[in-house]
Design a protein around this ligand. Structure first.
Ligand code: KG4
Ligand code: ZN
Length: 321
């Protein structure tokens, strides 16, 4: 059994996953409420909260998997990218547990983790496939040739797709994080009400900053009362522009690579309009779209473990390598 620990942003998460990919427990403690009043994640606040939560969350994962530290074969932890102070809490906790138990430690890249959410039972996906990773921090198109190995085909030139949702939500006076809120409110709206642009950038890259600016101008033009009245239409139209940008690129990338199977992972993969727009596409299980530790433990199955005790100097990294 693998214990996974994830603390890269504002979710403190721990999971127990078997070598065969069965999730025995996956506990996620979100700090979203704590950060909501600031309109975004405050790194120092996140680190302190991870410190409070990491031990109880690990304990809960072990309890709910019906095991103890003695039942574990290795410890997996997110090493980056993310908020470095937040990451260090998870990395330190993982080192301490691994060292005390004389177990190997597996450092996992958060983005590989999102992809590995597709490899879990009961319905694991086999490479090769084209993968869109759309989260709050990243928007990547990957050609996944084998588990643990992918080639980067495109990325965002400015905001990530999830960031575009969050910033749009903020402009519409919705809470943080805004993706799920836009998703919810858009259901009552007309997605054709406002024609928002879909940026065309060369190659297989993405750009969302122009869309965000278009919404900003539209919100200013309409004025507070009208925005209030047409919030659902604005949310639905804005969401449609993001969904279009993502699905167009996926189509183009599928043609360019000849990869027949297509998958979407990351927080934005939870979006109901995106799921509806891409019927033939494989989506990460809903519970494993946003940050969690089951995906980290899953990814650890395809990463070489650092044997005891050679990992005490292991460091976290903040940005995409
Ligand atoms: O993967 P994730 O939990 O964290 C990062 O690694 O960044 O993704 C979080 C992002 C946020 O931007 C959030 O607004 C977005 O995923 N998100 C959604 C939905 N649920 C979460 N975006 C659109 N629709 C959703 N239902
Ligand atoms: Zn993530």
């Amino acid at each position: 059994m693998i214990l996974g620990i994830e603390t890269s942003c504002d979710e403190t998460a721990a999971a127990v996953v078997t070598d065969a990919g069965h999730v025995l427990a996956s506990i996620v403690s979100s700090q979203a409420d704590l950060h909501a009043r600031y309109g975004g994640v405050v790194p120092e606040v996140a680190s302190r909260r991870h410190l409070d939560l990491v031990a109880p969350v690990v304990r809960e994962a072990l309890d709910s998997a019906g095991t103890s530290l003695d039942g574990l074969g290795r410890i997996a932890v997110t090493r980056g990218p993310g908020l470095v102070g937040a990451l260090l809490v998870g990395v330190s906790a993982a080192k301490a547990i691994a060292w005390a138990q004389r177990l190997p430690l597996v450092p996992v890249d958060h983005l590989e983790g999102h992809v590995a959410s597709l490899y879990l039972e009961p319905d694991p996906l086999e490479p090769p496939f084209l993968c869109l990773l759309a989260s709050g921090g990243h928007t990547l198109l990957l050609a996944v040739r084998e588990r643990g190995a992918s080639e980067r085909l495109g990325t965002t030139l400015d905001d990530a797709a999830g960031e575009a949702f969050d910033k749009g939500a903020r402009l519409l006076g919705l809470g943080y994080p805004g993706g799920a809120e836009i998703d919810r409110i858009a259901r009552a709206g007309d997605s054709g009400a406002f024609p928002f642009p879909v940026a065309r950038v060369p190659g297989l890259d993405f750009s969302f900053s122009g869309l965000k600016t278009a919404l900003l101008y539209r919100v200013r033009e309409l004025g507070e009362e009208e925005v209030e009245r047409r919030r659902a239409d604005l949310a639905a139209s804005y969401q449609r522009a993001i969904v279009r940008a993502l699905s167009q690129r996926l189509d183009e990338a599928a043609s360019a690579t000849g990869l027949e199977r297509v998958a979407v992972v990351g927080g934005v993969a939870a979006n109901s309009a995106l799921r509806a727009a891409l019927p033939g596409v494989r989506f990460a299980p809903l519970a494993l779209c946003t940050d969690n530790a089951a995906m980290i433990a899953s990814a650890a199955r395809y990463v070489e473990a650092l044997p005891y005790p050679g990992y005490l100097g292991l460091d976290a990294y903040a940005s995409l390598s």
